[in-house]
Ligand binder design. Structure first.
Ligand SMILES: Nc1nc2c(ncn2[C@@H]2O[C@H](COP(=O)(O)OP(=O)(O)OP(=O)(O)O)[C@@H](O)[C@H]2O)c(=O)[nH]1
Ligand SMILES: [Mg+2]
Length: 258
């Protein structure tokens, strides 16, 4: 076992009065498609931030990335231990929604965070998100770019306006109380996420919107924590122009279907 994995195990045992920690408190689900350059940095950052705060596992859900992301994750398993870094390998690019479901099936934590691999979702926000869940008794903590203290770094004005406009339009039309409907950085109680994934059908940004609007309509308590979203440094976006069409379709479906 590596030194890092031993250290995590030691800290888990320390927090739990020596009991073995077979079940981590937190599962971090990270879908990946061509994120070879990002997975090691993300794993290291998560370890630095979480080791003293919570017991955790990281679950990468990789869709046969041609760049060899899965091989990079396997190297991380050697370094951090296969109980700390898990890999769910799927045969091809099957999309984000089903990646979250596959990740959840492999997760053992009572708390589950969904985050992107590209370092846009900084692990430093996790302690505040965990504290907000605990203190407020919420079922979901949504990272928000659109409350005081939150923001976006590295986007041009057009992308900022598009995102803000889409959020305001959707909030207005759907009566949403959450400020960031299209963000993907969220912490869930496991049962809430399982129930929501079962019912959510949209893809892309509309998926993030549907899940949080459904959560509100289903009566789940939602807290918000400001996050600063940083545009990806390495790799390329998987979102194209079709995303706008999907968003409008998803919005229309929610308007008639909720
Ligand atoms: N497993 C899996 N992961 C995916 C798929 N599509 C995207 N991802 C991952 O989902 C996360 C979000 O995708 P991004 O391409 O970063 O989308 P985005 O953040 O909206 O756009 P950019 O940051 O501008 O690239 C990243 O970790 C991707 O690697 C997919 O079909 N399958
Ligand atoms: Mg991204």
């Amino acid at each position: 076992m590596s030194a890092a994995a031993e250290e995590q195990l030691r800290q888990r045992k320390g927090r739990e009065g020596g009991a073995s920690a077979a079940t981590p408190e937190l599962s971090v689900i990270v879908p990946t498609y061509n994120e070879r350059e990002n997975v090691a940095v993300l794993t290291w950052m998560l370890h630095k931030v979480l080791a003293d705060v919570v017991t955790y596992e990281i679950i990468f859900v990789d869709d046969a990335s041609p760049d060899g992301t899965a091989t990079a994750v396997k190297q991380l398993q050697d370094a951090f231990g296969a109980d700390c870094v898990k890999l769910v390998s799927r045969p091809g690019k099957l999309g984000l929604g089903s990646a979250y479901t596959a990740g959840l099936a492999a997760a053992s934590g009572e708390l589950v965070v969904l985050m992107d691999a590209d370092l846009s979702h900084h692990p430093k926000h996790l302690p505040a998100m965990l504290a907000a869940l605990r203190d407020s008794g919420a079922d979901i903590v949504s990272g928000t770019r659109y409350r005081l203290g939150g923001g976006v770094a590295g986007w041009n004005l057009r992308r900022k306006l598009t995102s803000r406009g889409a959020n305001l339009l959707a909030s207005f039309l759907l009566g949403a109380r959450t400020s960031d409907l299209t963000g993907a950085y969220r912490l869930y109680r496991r049962q809430a996420l399982a129930a929501l994934l079962q019912r959510t059908a949209s893809v892309g940004y509309a998926f993030q919107m549907e899940i949080i609007v459904r959560a509100q309509y289903m009566g789940y308590r939602i807290a918000e924590v400001p996050i600063v979203f940083v545009d990806r440094l390495y790799g390329t976006s998987k979102l194209g122009v079709g995303e706008y069409v999907q968003f409008v379709k998803g919005l229309a479906r929610l308007l008639v279907g909720l």
